[in-house]
Design a protein around this ligand. Structure first.
Ligand code: PMP
Ligand code: GLN
Length: 382
């Protein structure tokens, strides 16, 4: 295996989902919903298959209807204008968008500043691009951005900032002030920004999602990434997209076309339809997930765990030390056999292993009865 892939191993999500299957555990590890996305959207995908019009290669940049729908979505929710022909690119999920953006924009040896804990594909994408990861740690108990630490992480070798809000795994939703500080720094140091906003419709308690591209000087330097997986409960469809200026989209497209070229023919028109759903859909999704957040957070808290209630995403983080454990990896290894529940240790998302050691992430994008059953299993087994 090439040196740049050394140490990447198997993604924690594959490992923990396999463990959940092997032990017949409730899987609160890998983040995927256990109910299907909206029927109208599923029907649109079936119709697209049956029509015979969408089963061959779609255009390399994605079908026009989907690029137009992404453009309309950015205008409707954020007042951002993107030309569907030159400023939107459809990708194989956000994962490919992230990898293609890093391959397109990072020279070997360039530094990429990323918030840690980081979603695991960031480390892999930076490594595959030959870049160097420079983490800025979000620390318990509140996981806020330390703007001074961010400033200190930027050097003359920094090429880009890789941002994620709402943030996986902590659930932090960056505030307007934190985003403004990132934007100011990016402009001051002339940095590119890649921002992963896949949880854009999952922020709670009335907190708005504010794209980084809305800040002064940011639209021209920002690659905004999102995907249908979280918003429409179809993580297996792998339809994602990029919004950026024409030169940035052209760069990402150059990498993307030799990774997958295209994907998801019949899913593209279905996601285009879904993006245009009324506010009732988006509001309903947020309200339903917020209810699940509260259900699982209260349940975990009732077991004696320290719970950090997330402002967004569908993950809640706990500190396991109040139960007498000091290592989240050991805790998560013991959990399936002992309780029939799978969770994810934070430590795998950090360079600063110490900062993540006692933390464990639980996914709450599951039916209420499944969340309640998981809590009861934990209560009996722990
Ligand atoms: N970014 C983050 C922060 C995620 O949590 C995920 C996956 N759940 C992705 C990207 C990948 O998205 P996709 O499944 O669309 O590739
Ligand atoms: N993003 C999902 C999570 O954080 C998992 C994605 C994956 O399995 N690669 O759980």
């Amino acid at each position: 295996m090439a040196a740049r892939l050394q140490g990447l191993g198997t993604t924690i999500f594959a490992e923990m989902s396999a463990l959940a299957l092997r032990t017949s555990s409730i899987n609160l590890g890998q983040g995927f919903p256990d109910t299907d996305g909206p029927t109208r959207m599923l029907d649109a995908a079936v119709d697209a298959i049956r029509s015979g019009d969408h089963n061959q290669y779609p255009p390399g940049i994605g079908i026009a209807a989907l690029r137009e729908a992404v453009s309309a979505h950015q205008r409707r929710f954020y007042d951002l204008e993107y030309d569907p022909d030159t400023e939107v690119l459809v990708t194989a999920g956000a994962t490919e968008a992230i990898a293609a953006a890093l391959l397109a924009l990072v020279e070997p040896g360039d530094e990429v500043v990323a918030l840690e804990p980081y979603y695991d594909s960031y480390a892999a994408g930076i490594a595959m691009a030959g870049g160097r990861r420079v983490p800025v740690t979000l620390r318990a108990p509140d996981f806020r951005l330390d703007v001074d630490a961010l400033r200190a992480a930027v050097t003359s070798r920094t090429k880009l900032l890789l941002v994620n809000s709402p943030h996986n795994p902590t659930g932090t939703v960056l505030t307007a002030d934190e985003l403004a500080a990132i934007a100011e720094l990016a402009v001051e140091r002339d940095l590119l920004v890649v921002t992963d906003e896949v949880y854009e419709h999952l922020s709670y308690d009335g907190a708005p999602h504010i794209p980084l591209a809305t800040y002064p000087g940011m639209r021209e330097r920002t690659v905004t990434i999102s995907s249908a997986g979280k918003t429409f409960a179809v993580t297996g469809w792998k339809i994602g997209w990029v919004c950026a200026t024409p030169p940035l989209v052209a760069a990402v497209r150059t990498a993307k076309q030799f990774l997958t070229y295209v994907s998801g023919g019949p899913f593209q028109p279905a996601v285009a339809e879904a993006l245009a759903f009324g506010d009732d859909y988006y509001d309903g999704l947020r309200a339903s997930m917020q209810g699940k957040r509260d259900l699982l957070s209260e349940g975990l808290s009732s077991l004696g765990l320290d719970v950090f209630v997330p402002g967004g995403t569908y993950f809640v983080t706990t500190d396991v030390r109040p139960l007498g454990y000091d290592d989240g990896v050991e805790f998560c290894r013991m959990l399936p056999e002992r309780c029939g529940v799978v969770a994810i240790p934070h430590e795998v998302f950090y360079d600063d292993k110490q900062a993540g050691r006692p933390l464990v992430r639980w996914a709450f994008c599951k039916r209420d009865e499944v969340l309640s059953e998981a809590v009861e299993r934990l209560r009996s087994g722990l």
